[in-house]
Design a protein around this ligand. Structure first.
Ligand code: MRU
Length: 386
């Protein structure tokens, strides 16, 4: 795990110091930006300087911890630390605001719910300093527990895939394809679907990882490429339009994807283009595996039609970002318009996610286990993996 990238860092000894890597500038520029307030965390999530369902939940939680750590170290303390009631009144609107930054990934909602519960649980008897420390502890836990569970689900998913392909694929020869970026940059470390790919590589089961560019934000070509390169994992980038061609011409043994929200029946919202890949995988009888933490499974909704799908600003689909080409010595960044001036109100469709129906999914893997569909069933029984 030594070469693992990271998207968020805190500094022990500097109360409240919180920084993220600006993912809009990767892979050419590594710029760490300070997050000095809950509002700045909200803006970083909304503008996609940080993205990926677990990473945005972590940043939201850590921005609350940072806000409280700074407040505690202030003399005199701010007014909102005068009692647990004033702290509650101050924090609840901040939590509600963070929740609206991106609507599809349920992990953010789960993190906010955990902090809201911590805020409420002690009642009026809890001292304000006790309450603040409890909140900081819970926020740090939300971030810290992610790496371990990622490794666990990656191992479970990889072992399951190796078992499924035993006797059919020579050892060390698995080719897998993934969509978007689900690695260390999208989580607190190791990754979900990309973690599974990493685990296959580390256990010498992987031949090659294929990944789609994932337009319009290019999480594949900008971020997954960088992570795979850094980890030394043999990999091949394809354009989003080439999935069918890949499946016709290269033996792919599994498609592995992350998730922003999985409904009770297994319907899964993930980066737009995931559904296309699932339809093609079904046509080619390639196992389609969703890898996500328990916090991504939303048992409150029966199926994918209840998942709120974020639509990004239409202009974003008309732009591409990267370094100038031919390369300049400083790899100068540019955002270029790749379309004529379009009617941004009516002429561009830009959903950030799509929903893959459970019938196209072979397995859902969490840190608790692997759920596979029963014979002939349309949906999943996820009760064993939540
Ligand atoms: O818009 P993004 O980049 O936040 O979308 C990310 C994805 O769709 C990921 O697959 C998902 O959040 C899982 S990340 C472990």
């Amino acid at each position: 795990m030594s070469k693992m990238m990271t998207s968020i860092r805190t500094t022990s000894g500097e109360p409240g110091k919180l920084e993220i890597v600006n993912q809009l500038l990767l892979p050419h520029t590594t710029e760490w930006i300070e997050i000095n307030s809950v509002d700045e965390a909200y803006d970083a999530i909304k503008s996609m300087k940080i993205r990926g369902a677990p990473a945005i939940a972590s940043l939201a939680a850590l921005s609350i911890a940072s806000h409280l750590s700074r407040a505690i170290s202030q003399t005199p303390p701010p007014e909102f630390l005068s009692s647990s009631a004033t702290l509650r009144a101050h924090l609840q609107p901040l939590l509600d605001h963070l929740l609206t930054s991106r609507p599809t990934a349920v992990n953010l909602g789960v993190a906010i719910k955990r902090l809201t519960k911590t805020l409420e649980v002690g009642g009026d008897d809890q001292s304000v300093s006790e309450l603040a420390l409890e909140l900081i502890k819970e926020a740090n836990a939300i971030n810290d527990e992610d790496v371990g569970r990622n490794w666990q689900m990656s191992r479970l998913g990889a072992e399951w895939l190796v078992e499924q392909t035993k006797g059919k694929v020579a050892s060390g020869n698995l080719n897998v394809m993934t969509v978007c970026n689900t690695g260390s940059l999208a989580t607190s470390g190791y990754g979900t679907a990309l973690g599974l790919v990493t685990y296959l590589f580390e256990t010498k089961s992987l031949k090659k990882a294929y990944y789609t560019q994932s337009a319009p934000y290019h999480q594949g070509s900008r971020l997954t490429s960088l992570e795979l390169k850094t980890l030394g994992i043999p990999s091949v980038m394809i354009c989003d339009t080439m999935v069918g061609s890949l499946f016709q011409n290269v033996e792919i043994h599994a498609v592995v994807v992350g998730a922003d929200r999985v409904a009770r029946n297994g319907d899964t919202a993930n980066k737009v283009g995931t559904y296309n890949a699932a339809v093609l995988a079904a046509r080619h009888r390639i196992p389609f595996i969703v890898v996500a933490p328990v916090s991504t499974i939303d048992l409150d909704i029966p199926d994918g039609s209840h998942i709120p799908i974020e639509h990004r600003p239409p202009l974003e689909a008309c732009l591409a970002r990267g370094a100038l080409y031919p390369p300049t010595p400083n790899k100068d960044q540019a955002v270029v318009q790749i379309t004529p001036d379009l009617d941004l109100a009516e002429g561009v469709y830009n959903p950030s996610f799509d929903v893959t129906p459970a019938e196209l999914i072979s397995a859902v893997v969490t840190e608790k286990g692997v759920a596979v569909k029963g014979e002939g069933a349309g949906g999943f029984d996820l009760s064993g993996v939540v």
